[in-house]
Design a protein around this ligand. Structure first.
Ligand SMILES: *Cc1c(COP(=O)(O)O)cnc(C)c1O
Length: 378
């Protein structure tokens, strides 16, 4: 059996090596490192893939979220509702822009933001909702878009973990995650489902005016060279990263299928075992692209299991061990522990198993039998 990796970037590289190396060589010869033709081509190809009008590449996913919020012209004091159970980047940019983050609880099955909790958190200052499609599963966008419509709120999708996933609206059919809200942000960090070989990110929107505004913001607030109309930032995707993404984008559906198949094999081996719950899928199979395969360990022995797996050379992760509302940087007197029963429980129970496109059957069998044996011992 090959050594088990949490993510296997090397194996993926082997399959696209020729193409990536050739593009790198060309870029090195041309010296068009920034805003070269590779970036323009990637942008177009991503727009077609997502069926979204505008893709604006930028330097990373955190920037993408920040720039999306800057583009919507949110003002200090505006309240932005997001999930208590997510990566800190989501709430960090809200705080950085001096907006007021309002953290709410998530659903126990999908780990995604709870629409009922969103409703309870809305005040006259609320301006936006940021659903995070956590671990690769699209949030309940039927409910979220309805709430946003009723209260005239922006929806900013944090799509860093769900690129290539779909959402099936009850009435209007299938849409790609990231093409649903007013604007979306994604990350091309190497370990994401579509990752480059460094940092990268992008903003998606169907709104022409917003896209124009954002194109200026990513480039120092310039709409005309050396005319700075708004306060901007410097956030660019470089040509080398765009070349990697161009090689990978045509394979994204295949990558996500490989992840889904690995998830199904995990399911099969682990379903019905005591003291654990396999990940719940809410919708059609294509609404989950398994950025993470995350179990709940319900006998209080999650931390012991983590140690045990490490001893058996099985990497794993706890995403996320601390609710954001308990993080020093984001605590706020407005929060009551009673508002976060689900997140407070999840942080004690979740464990994410190795998940990537190169997982092999014998590896999955070894991982799952090690878990089952551990839990049987009680
Ligand atoms: C990775 C991630 C980000 C940030 O992306 P970077 O490219 O690392 O800045 C934001 N939100 C979520 C949910 C993420 O998983």
């Amino acid at each position: 059996m090959r050594k088990i990796q949490m993510v296997d970037l090397k194996g993926q590289y082997e399959a696209i090596k020729g193409e990536v190396n050739d593009s790198f060589q060309e870029i090195l010869e041309s010296s068009a490192f920034i805003n070269g033709p590779e970036v323009q081509k990637f942008q177009k190809e991503m727009e077609e893939y997502l069926d979204v009008k505008h893709v604006i590449p930028c330097a990373n996913g955190t920037d993408a979220l920040q720039i999306a919020m800057m583009g919507l012209d949110l003002k200090p004091g505006d309240e932005v509702i997001t999930a208590d159970f997510t990566f800190a980047a989501t709430v960090e940019v809200i705080a950085l822009l001096q907006l007021t983050p309002v953290l709410v609880d998530v659903e126990p099955d999908t780990f995604n933001i709870d629409p009922e909790a969103i409703k309870r958190a809305i005040t006259s200052k609320t301006k936006a909702i940021v659903p995070v499609h956590l671990f690769g599963q699209t949030a309940n966008m039927d409910a979220i878009m309805e709430i946003a419509g009723e209260h005239d709120l922006y929806v900013i999708e944090d799509n860093a973990q769900a690129i290539g996933g779909n959402y099936h609206f009850k009435n209007s059919g299938r849409v790609k995650a990231g093409a649903i809200g007013d604007v979306a942000a994604t990350s091309f960090f190497p370990s994401k489902n579509l990752g480059c070989y460094g940092d990268g990110g992008a903003i998606f929107t169907n709104n022409d005016d917003l896209a124009h505004t954002i194109r200026g913001i990513v480039n120092h607030g310039m709409y005309e060279r050396y005319h700075h109309d708004v306060v901007g930032v410097n956030s660019r995707l470089d040509s080398l990263q765009a070349a990697v993404l161009r090689a990978k984008l045509p394979k994204l559906d295949y990558y996500n299928k490989a992840r889904r198949e690995a998830a199904e094999k995990y399911d099969e081996a682990l379903r019905g075992q005591g003291f654990l719950e396999i990940p719940v899928r809410e919708g059609e199979p294509d609404t989950h692209v398994f950025h993470q395969y995350t179990l709940k360990i319900t006998n209080g022995k999650r931390d012991e299991l983590v140690k045990h797996l490490q001893e058996k050379d099985i990497p794993c992760g706890v995403y996320y061990p601390i609710p954001l509302h308990k993080q020093k940087a984001y605590t706020d007197e407005r929060y009551n522990e009673g508002d976060f029963p689900v997140t407070n429980q999840l942080v004690k129970e979740v464990i994410s198993l190795p998940m990537h496109t190169e997982l092999e059957d014998d590896q999955i069998a070894y991982i799952t039998s090690t878990i089952i044996d551990f839990l049987k011992k009680g």
